[in-house]
Design a protein around this ligand. Structure first.
Ligand SMILES: [Zn+2]
Length: 508
């Protein structure tokens, strides 16, 4: 097993990718380094920033050092796992490369890359349908021939998924590449989609790839690494990221944060606690010589990115990824559109989300969108489709959710129970945000571990109706002090105390 999944939250997971240079914890971001010259040395990336894996470009190594290039670890001075790209990006940008699919596969083995990439043909974000089809076919063909060239069984190989924004082509590409013996799958073309802030399409692309790949293969979102979008991508199931953004943005005096990108001259403070921002203010940075400033900004950008990856892994382990995604996606309306798109994939998220809560923290419900989160949907489906009331208890008694939790510890429940003792009654609670909660389930996650803002928009009457219809009660009492629930065939009471008289009258 090259990849072991550990914990899950939504469709995201933490895991361990086993490379021949040690285990790499995922989700993981690999800084992109230039094989020849870097602002920050790869050694420092490991020692100071604690990046476990980096990515560099085998094609550039081949061009610069020729066929007899040294081992990529001695070349870069990085002792951890190194992934190499194949030159496909150069193929996309310049339209051609001076190598062949065969040569670059053999070359990556020779220089000791830990994860290699075949020379695929990238689709790009702007490709026509015909071009996209051609790149998918050609990448599959090259993937098949690459197996004959692979000699070292300890090296891992990445099989890229193409198709650009054409979801049916991504589906085909993921299905075909997933059948072959690859260890990770990069999803191509997200960069141009993200540059256009088209996060809705990005969400569609990721989910399509995930649904058609074997679940135990890590998905690598090629070229993605802005701290503001990483949480969303992880929630959808991306495990690996690589990014040159830290260096490219620094060159352009841009400062990365989870709230977006800022131009240095427009900042009046440095809103960050990394070593760079703690030791300098914005004015110091602006007064530095260009190269020194570029390096300082690249360092800040790396610290900010590494910190966000830690925040994401922590949130995932405690079951709080939804809240983190929700907060991050509010940094930009287009990113929020991507978050709203999760509603379309509620079933996908629910299938992947763990059924048993981690119990570290409760579920936060803010509004209608929060009602689409797996914990809420799962309860609302199950209580109608997979639930049966306790046998023999055919009098339904519905009381509003008490303040106290778990609900069965409340004085309202105790009072109702005392009155109903000896009768074949089944007490259920109703209200936001879960609809109907049968008393015997009220202590299970997350039915007593949640916080919510009233007004989340759930239709209580419809929820009770569905529940009653599914459970065939002989009689139904609804305690409704607000007198807002009218349901045919049920008896409404103003208070729990009134239950006594009703029972005497109807059940004696
Ligand atoms: Zn900083």
């Amino acid at each position: 097993m090259v990849f072991e999944i550990e914990e899950r939250d939504l469709a995201g997971r933490t895991g361990v990718l086993k490379t021949r240079r040690g285990e790499v914890e995922t989700p993981c971001l690999m800084p992109v380094i230039n094989p020849v010259k870097n602002l920050i040395s790869p050694r420092e990336l490991k020692e100071k920033f604690r990046f476990k894996m980096i990515i560099t470009n085998a094609y550039l190594i081949l061009k610069h050092f020729g066929k007899d290039a040294p081992d990529v670890h001695s070349l870069t001075g990085f002792e951890g796992a190194i992934m190499t790209d194949s030159g496909a990006y150069q193929l996309l940008i310049y339209g051609g490369v001076e190598t062949s699919p065969q040569e670059i596969v053999e070359f990556q083995e020779k220089i000791g890359s830990d994860i290699g990439v075949i020379l695929d043909t990238p689709t790009g974000g702007f490709a026509s349908r015909a071009d996209a089809e051609r790149t998918v076919e050609e990448t599959i063909r090259r993937a098949k021939t690459s197996f004959r060239l692979r000699k070292d069984p300890t090296m891992l190989w990445a099989g890229p998924i193409q198709g650009g924004k054409y979801l049916d082509l991504i589906r085909k590409s993921a299905k075909e590449m997933g059948k072959m013996d690859f260890h990770t799958h990069p999803l191509g073309s997200p960069v141009q989609i993200m540059e256009g802030y088209d996060y809705t399409t990005l969400v569609d692309m990721i989910v399509t790839a995930k649904r058609n790949l074997p679940p135990n293969r890590p998905l690598h979102l090629f070229g993605a690494g802005h701290p503001m979008m990483l949480a969303l991508a992880v929630a959808l199931g991306c495990d690996l990221f690589d990014s040159a953004a830290y260096a490219l943005f620094a060159k352009d005096d841009r400062y990365l944060t989870t709230r977006g990108t800022f131009r240095l001259e427009r900042l009046s403070e440095l809103p960050c606690s990394c070593p760079v921002c703690s030791q300098h203010d914005q004015k110091d940075l602006l007064e530095m010589p260009k190269l020194e400033r570029e390096e300082a900004l690249a360092r800040h950008n790396l610290y900010a990115t590494a910190a966000e990856m830690r925040a994401i892994r922590q949130a995932l382990r405690e079951g709080g990824l939804w809240e983190l995604v929700e907060a991050r996606c509010r940094t930009h309306p287009r990113l929020y559109e991507g978050f709203k798109r999760l509603g379309k994939y509620a079933k996908y998220l629910e299938e992947n989300d763990p059924v048993v809560g981690k119990g570290v923290r409760g579920v936060f419900i803010y509004d209608r969108l929060s009602l689409r989160r797996p914990e809420v949907l799962r309860h609302r489906h199950r209580v109608v489709e997979n639930y049966a009331r306790p046998p023999g208890k055919d009098i339904g008694v519905f009381i509003p959710n008490p303040q106290e939790r778990p609900f069965v510890k409340s004085k309202e429940y105790q009072e109702a129970r005392a009155i109903l003792e000896g009768s074949p009654s089944h007490i259920c609670f109703y209200g936001e945000p879960f609809g109907v909660v049968p008393s015997e389930l009220s202590e299970t996650f997350p039915l007593s571990q949640y916080e919510y803002t009233p007004g989340s928009g759930i239709n209580i009457v419809a929820e009770i109706r569905r529940f009653i219809d599914a459970n065939a009660y002989r009689k139904v009492y609804i305690v409704d002090p607000s007198e807002s629930i009218f349901l045919k065939g049920t008896i409404t009471l103003e208070s729990i105390t009134q239950l006594r008289g009703q029972l005497d009258e109807n059940l004696a």
